[in-house]
Design a protein around this ligand. Structure first.
Ligand code: FMN
Length: 340
């Protein structure tokens, strides 16, 4: 059941995390071309017909990339499996047709996706924020877990990645993706160092040139800092990390948000969702890391450069500074500056 095969085809261990109203075909294809896992949430395609069109464009683009490069190019669709998602059955039918190699379930049990995705040999990852949810997903038979930790954008977790990844690793030898506030290669290396196979990077891709994000959203992610966020369940019913300046601009005082004021509802076809994500913007603690709108290729090149420096630093700090280890990691130790 366990498979790490898709991760072996990536340039660096990074998934460009799925984001509502941010990730579409252009971002997926640019991420895949740059060598990381491109993903998108199916509700970003506003109708089932749009989703069919997106899946067609993505799978055609991926096939062309594979033919051109001779390498396997994995991509992923993200399904909201919560019972309030009325499009789940239709989306699953398209998944069965277009066979994304990886399906990431979120905000509900992975069970609805397992039979379909395993039926065509795909990998199912479940997005989890607690040990209880991790255990349920493992028992259901997922291939991997996306452990969303404190600092994540959108619906966030509250656990430390140091503790959460260790605790999950002790019970699960499948694939583990760690997310939450990872916005540079130093963080990617940190995720791997704590025991994850891959890092889930969301916010850093919001200001990507290929992202569908509203220019206002991109602007906030470029100009705001880690202190400009508030985690609250008052907007969607589940704890999520929101940009305070966007709440204020929508006429909401971030300090007056009432906990537990909203019932959970993830049906993105409903009008209320618009205001929640179209005017009130979400981000993780890595915001402020991008200084400008950048092409995905440049973001991934920066992630890779810092990831290499972090690996070199790790080797150097270990007291086992050896040319062999550095050579294995393809690192020029003379060029390494030991500060981020
Ligand atoms: C604007 C925004 C929208 C998001 N939408 C989704 C979504 O539709 N589905 C999902 O599984 N996760 C969603 N997420 C969470 C991301 O997939 C990921 O867990 C998170 O971005 C990782 O934290 P980071 O932003 O600090 O890198 C969203 C995150 C953001 C910032």
């Amino acid at each position: 059941m366990m498979t790490k095969s898709f991760a072996d085809h990536l340039r660096i261990p990074v998934c460009a995390a799925p984001m509502f109203l941010v990730s579409g075909p252009e971002l997926v294809l640019a991420a895949c071309r740059a060598g990381v896992l491109g993903t998108f949430p199916t509700p970003n395609a506003r109708t089932t017909a749009d989703l069919a069109d997106w899946m067609e464009r993505i799978s055609t683009g991926i096939a062309a990339m594979e033919a051109e490069t001779g390498r396997v190019v994995p991509w992923a669709a993200n399904l909201v499996t919560h019972s309030t998602n009325q499009r789940l059955a239709d989306d699953l039918a398209l998944i069965a047709r277009y066979r994304p190699p990886v399906v990431i379930t979120a905000l509900g049990s992975p069970r609805p996706a397992l039979e379909t995705v395993h039926g065509y040999g795909g990998t199912v990852l479940a997005d989890v924020t607690t040990m209880a949810l991790a255990r349920k997903a493992i028992a259901a038979g997922v291939d991997g877990l996306v452990c969303v930790c404190a600092g994540a954008g959108g619906h966030t977790g509250s656990l430390s990645p140091f503790a959460f990844i260790s605790a999950v690793r002790a019970e699960f030898d499948g694939l583990i993706v760690a997310g939450g506030g990872i916005a540079d290669g130093w963080g990617v290396a940190g995720a791997v160092a704590v025991g994850a196979d891959l890092a889930y990077v969301g916010t850093r891709f919001i200001p990507a040139r290929e992202s569908m994000a509203d220019p206002l959203h991109k602007g906030y992610v470029i100009s705001e800092t880690i202190d400009g966020l508030i985690v609250s369940d008052a907007i969607t019913g589940a704890p999520a990390s929101w940009i305070k300046a966007s709440l204020r601009a929508a006429g909401i005082d971030p300090e007056s948000l009432q906990p537990g004021a909203t019932a959970r509802d993830y049906d993105s076809a409903k009008g209320g969702e618009k205001k929640r994500w179209k005017e009130i913007f979400a981000a993780g603690q890595g915001l402020g890391r991008s200084k400008d709108e950048q092409p995905v290729s440049e973001i991934v090149a920066e992630l890779e450069a810092d990831y290499r420096l972090a690996r070199a630093r790790f080797i150097g700090l270990g007291g086992e500074l050896s040319q062999t280890m550095a050579a294995d990691a393809a690192i020029d130790l003379g060029a390494v500056s030991f500060s981020p």
